[in-house]
Write a protein that binds this ligand. Sequence first.
Ligand SMILES: Cc1ncc(COP(=O)(O)O)c(C=O)c1O
Length: 595
Amino acid sequence: MEFLCVEFLCVCAMSKYHTIYLWSGPRSLSTATMYSFGQRNDTQIHDEPLYAHWLNENESIYRPYREKLIESSDCDSVSVIRKLNSLHTNEKPIVFAKHIAKQYTNFNSTKSVLFETKNENVKIHHVFLIRNPFDMIKSWDDRLEIHKEKCTLDSMSLALLVQMYSYIRETTNKTPLVIDSSLLKTHPREVLSMLCYELGIPFQEEQLSWAKGPKSFDGLWAEHWYHSVHNSSGFNAETAAKESFVTFNQEQLSVYREALPFYELLLRSAIGVNMLCPNSSKIELYNPLMPKYGEFFDPKNADIMIWVGDKLYPREYAKVSVFDSAVQGGDAVWEGIRIYKNKIFKLQEHVNRLFDSAKALDFQNIPDKEFVFSAIFKTLAANGMRDGAHVRLTLTRGCKITSSMNPKFNVFGCNLLVVPEWKNVQNPTTYDNDKGISLITATTRRQGPATLDSKIHHCNLINNILAKIQANNSDAHDALMLDCEGFVAETNATNIFMVKDSIVHTPTADYCLPGVTRKTVIELLKQNGVPIVERKISLSEFHCADEIFTTGTMGELTPVISVDGRRISNEKGPITSSLQKWYKELTLTMGVEIP
Ligand SMILES: Cc1ncc(COP(=O)(O)O)c(C=O)c1O
């Protein structure tokens, strides 16, 4: 993690002293994290300094060390926090305090003290340590003889952590720091390096391991609670042996159901969690100096709002059920639609084709067209999209009551998805319409009426994806697909045209999608007096064409410069150029106005 070093020096220079509060629920690896910071040569550790306050406020709570702790500690939360904010020394300029959030019983009435310091050299940080409530619930019972409390939403502190998170966010105007214990366990070096970077302190290699046994800064309850952490010497070692299988009872399941949304809310900000795909098990190691998510990602699309079913969700919340027909069998239909200068191009045509495809597949309980139009308009409005955008419109057969391919189990009606993205022809995910693209012929054949009618614009795209894989593996831009007789059908993603001796030819729409752009191009050719023939065309005719171009809503008109290694032309042909011009004019003048 060398890239961190330069950065933290700049941040470090700004603050001489730090107070780091670690807020967590119980059983979340907080003691191990405290031990990790205890390894630093510049840090003083305070183990649950609000514990005595909590016990003092709650007389009914039994702990074997209750009296002793209360007698020997400051029980006033405000005075405890004020002290933590001012205990820095030049030898130990970092104060680290581990807190179980629920111990801060009067958070709401005293929270302003959390950032209170008279010393401008002190930087106060609040870090949240979270743990999947599934694992928390699972590990709860083995200490029941001490705490005798049920595992509830409240005892897990998750709702309070969310409340604190919201306060810290408001006060600092920044997303608070969150670490997830499972990532900390599997990737301690990465998570701690990134945490230290965010705190503006240098990461120390010593933080990754510690000696077994009690520590001088352990709270006096350690002998009751810290058995397993005392046996550990690092994050992995502490829990690696603990993999077990559990069956929840009804009560545990209810608690898990209630707790999960709170955990997931916090998880979205956790260091190393891929915000755009929170279920991914892959840790996102970020380099703050590099763009996130690679060359195909437009950062503007991180914050889009997506329509699912009957409402809008931020991108990372936009999900369908695992019982949705699209997941169960690719049983869905779709359209790609473009937005140009306040207008939606060919909206009616796309929605008509969506409904025809749904009818052909015998979808039931389809929302009416007005609902679909309104969902599209609301989605565009929510994203402020009036130009340079693309909408992926999908209608699934809906959620099934049990996993199956049988549409009889679709008892909930169709599910509408409106996925809008900022995308235009400059986007690296689309084609270069000036330089053109190369094609190879795929061995996978395009289906026709005898198998799966290509007139249905369905989401069962594996056939096309296989062809695309062949193109990718051959370093071609796309794949040409043949019909079952060996005539050219279309590409894996677009319709195709060729020009020979100033006459334009395109395959009949028997083995290809009857594309909206294909139809528009045929109309443009006719309007401009260019002869156009729809017929069966063989591959060798394409190899010998004067010009070839593909058509599709997203890519518009794209020149093809080579097919199977045969050079078609060195530059965009005259008919392709004219058509591109006519098509552009149309996109800027025609379309349904966005309200
Ligand atoms: C296989 C295939 N062919 C052609 C097209 C182009 O159709 P359109 O012009 O309606 O966008 C698409 C677009 O979805 C497609 O998936």
